[in-house]
Design a protein around this ligand. Structure first.
Ligand SMILES: O=c1ccn([C@H]2C[C@H](O)[C@@H](COP(=O)(O)OP(=O)(O)OP(=O)(O)O)O2)c(=O)[nH]1
Ligand SMILES: [Mg+2]
Length: 171
């Protein structure tokens, strides 16, 4: 991380919207608010406006991350987490939220903080096509190849694996 803050140009589409800021000196994310109130029924999603657009320096991107408090308290997630804000994007930053609570609606008031923006340097790569990739210890293993994943419905688990479905009730 650079020792000095990087300047990011910001435009407020709504004059009352607060400029995003870090709550604490060591924070990675600056909170974004919604400029429109919204109510989401269980399972419902919405694209919420934040009232700000930015111009990132070349070589940077910003990532819209969910807020853990909203997730833990209300079951609110972001459908596309983390959302990617390209350096060349000049439109309004929007947040695609979904209410994952199975029973309760969630209501956002104007200027409620709904997400957080993390700005990062990103590498530009050139994709070099080859016939064979170099070997590695992991090789093609993935998708749970090292274990520790949830056991599926009807299996017993108990090997340090989490369990889901009917297995949970059976314990
Ligand atoms: O959560 C998000 C994600 C994206 N964007 C904006 C900024 C980003 O630069 C642009 C495009 O995003 P992305 O590339 O993820 O979407 P896409 O579906 O691939 O659209 P496009 O074809 O415009 O690239 O939309 C947001 O405002 N919020
Ligand atoms: Mg895209």
């Amino acid at each position: 991380m650079s020792p000095l803050p990087v300047d990011v140009l910001i435009r407020r589409m709504d004059p009352e919207v607060p400029v995003p800021g870090y709550a604490h000196p060591g924070d990675a994310g600056a909170d974004l608010v919604t400029t429109e109130p919204a109510e989401l029924a269980p399972g419902e999603r919405a694209v919420l406006p934040t009232g700000v657009s930015i111009a990132l320096p070349e070589g940077y991107a910003a990532f819209v991350h969910p807020r853990s408090g909203l997730a833990a308290r209300c079951g609110v997630a972001m459908v596309n987490a983390p959302g990617t804000i390209d350096a060349g994007y000049r439109g309004e930053i929007k947040v695609i939220v979904v209410n994952l609570d199975p029973r309760e609606s969630v209501r956002f008031e104007r200027f409620d903080r709904i997400a957080q923006l993390v700005v990062q340097q990103v590498e530009k790569v050139r994709f070099q096509e080859v016939a064979e990739l170099p070997g590695s210890a992991r090789a093609e293993g993935g998708f749970g190849s090292t274990g520790g994943h949830a056991a599926v419905d009807g299996t017993t688990g108990g090997n340090g694996y989490a369990s889901v479905g009917s297995d949970r009730e059976g314990r």
